[in-house]
Ligand binder design. Structure first.
Ligand code: ASP
Length: 454
């Protein structure tokens, strides 16, 4: 059986939903379907998830919610109408959103998740209702009944391993199952969502649970490109990536697939196929285990360039740091005690830098951290740099080739971009540069030119 996921643009209106259903019905193995909430129909349009967030925020602030509520209802109602569904869908939707709005506001994050999840939940009900209306044996699957249990980290949940055995039972059903993406239930029965774009994660979890033959992820591009087409004109399409390559690129800002979506399928070696709802016959891009990479693919030394902003660096200097046993551990412990996750720790003999996502920064917490570092580790200097970006050059092929770093640093130098830090992991799948955020786009352009346009 195949697990198949459709992103928001594939569910944005009735004609897209008809395409989606045509794709599902085109292959009898496509039995477990994950859907996002309706996305944008055109560039300036709203995503239903964003409308739901505005609605929840207005409701929490005690403001008038009628305009926000109307937008959401109109969006769903017009799709249902264009699909020729009767009023029962609209009535159910109205009752469902009203119930969510009336629930307790004591925990704001919980309230926000409950409303956010309405997009996917109603989208799944809509697609199932439409398939039934055209005579298909389709059903909406409730993630709670199916057993998708998540950690209670609202807005950023993770799957609990006990989910897999329960979800595996879905393979025994003989219907077309429409499963809402993006959310599940905590152990205490609360609705919890993944981070944004998380329907990709739902699809991957289900693919792993039912041991799918393939996880097809339908979006609105024919293939994945070597760089973001908004930065580089007509970038090279890449037909195949290894899991590691895709993971590195998603981490560094490729928004093709959610950064956490490969973890569930990785251990089972399930192939992910990124495909286009608007051109389903195009083969798309495959994401496979390294040992399944074809000779064709191996010709690419580098398969992608990506950059992401929003990082800061904490530089710590201490003369003779390298002789001090446990220095790194104690430094990271200070961050851990404040609940701060770190990303990278490039180091020299007398200095260490810790790269952190800027979202974790608050003046109060970092003043405390810096004071503790001075007092507990008796260091010479601690300094912070903000507005940092990382740019990654990714490719399994660089393990066997010489000069990748030289090509990259020359390209950055020629573009007058200052490198603040270089990091190459032991797997040699990527080289990462720390640069100023203002140079992020220019660095992608320069590196793309150097690796793909010689
Ligand atoms: N609708 C959610 C979002 O916009 C989740 C998803 O589409 O994957 O983030």
């Amino acid at each position: 059986m195949k697990v198949i996921k459709f992103g928001g643009s594939s569910l944005a209106d009735a004609s897209q939903i008809k395409k989606v259903c045509g794709i599902i019905l085109g292959d009898p193995d496509r039995r477990l379907v994950v859907v996002s909430a309706p996305g944008k129909r055109f560039k300036e349009d709203d995503k239903v998830t964003d409308l739901l967030i505005s609605l929840a925020e207005a409701s929490l602030a005690g403001q008038d919610i009628s305009a926000a509520l109307k937008k959401i209802k109109d969006r769903f109602t017009s799709i249902a109408y264009d699909l020729g569904l009767d009023d029962s869908f609209t009535l159910e939707l109205t009752a469902d959103i009203a119930e969510r709005l009336e629930s307790s506001k004591s925990n704001k994050k919980r309230y926000l998740d409950l409303l956010k999840a309405a997009g996917e939940d109603n989208s799944a009900k809509l697609v199932a209702a439409y398939l039934r209306s055209i005579g298909e044996n389709a059903e909406y699957i409730n993630p709670r009944d199916a057993g998708l249990v998540l950690s209670d980290e609202f807005g950023n949940a993770q799957v609990l391993s006990k989910s897999y055995n329960k979800l595996a039972r879905l393979a025994r059903r003989n219907t077309i199952m429409i499963f809402p993406g993006f959310f599940g239930y905590s152990e205490t029965g609360e609705v919890v969502t993944f981070s944004r774009g998380g329907s990709d994660v739902t699809g991957a979890i289900l693919a792993a649970a039912v041991n799918a033959e393939v996880y097809e992820n339908f979006t609105d591009v024919d293939s994945v490109f070597a760089a973001d087409p908004r930065i580089v004109e007509n970038p090279t399409p890449i037909p195949m990536f290894s899991y590691e390559e895709m993971r590195e690129l998603s981490y560094a800002g490729f928004n093709v697939l959610h950064e956490e979506a490969l973890a569930p399928v990785y251990h089972k070696g399930i192939t992910v196929n990124i495909k286009n709802t608007n051109n389903p016959d195009s083969p798309g891009t495959l994401i496979v285990p390294t040992h399944s990479l074809t000779k064709e693919h191996k010709k690419f030394k580098v398969v992608g360039i990506a950059a992401d902003k929003g990082f800061m660096t904490l530089h710590v200097e201490k003369y003779m740091m390298n002789r001090e046993i446990g220095f790194g551990r104690r430094l990271l412990q200070i961050l851990e005690d404040e609940g701060i996750s770190y990303e990278h720790t490039p180091s020299g003999i007398d200095s260490i830098s810790v790269i952190i996502r800027e979202q974790y920064y608050s003046e109060e917490v970092f003043d405390k951290i810096i004071k503790t570092i001075y007092s507990e580790l008796t260091v010479d200097n601690v300094k912070t740099d903000f507005d940092q970006a990382i740019v990654m050059v990714v490719g399994n092929g660089m393990t066997h080739s010489i000069g990748t770093l030289a090509t990259a640093t020359k390209a950055l130098a020629d573009a007058n971009i200052n490198i603040n830090m270089i990091n190459q992991g032991s797997s040699e799948v990527s080289i990462m540069f720390g640069i100023d955020a203002a140079d992020a786009k220019a660095s992608v352009k320069a590196l793309y030119e150097a690796f793909f346009k010689q």
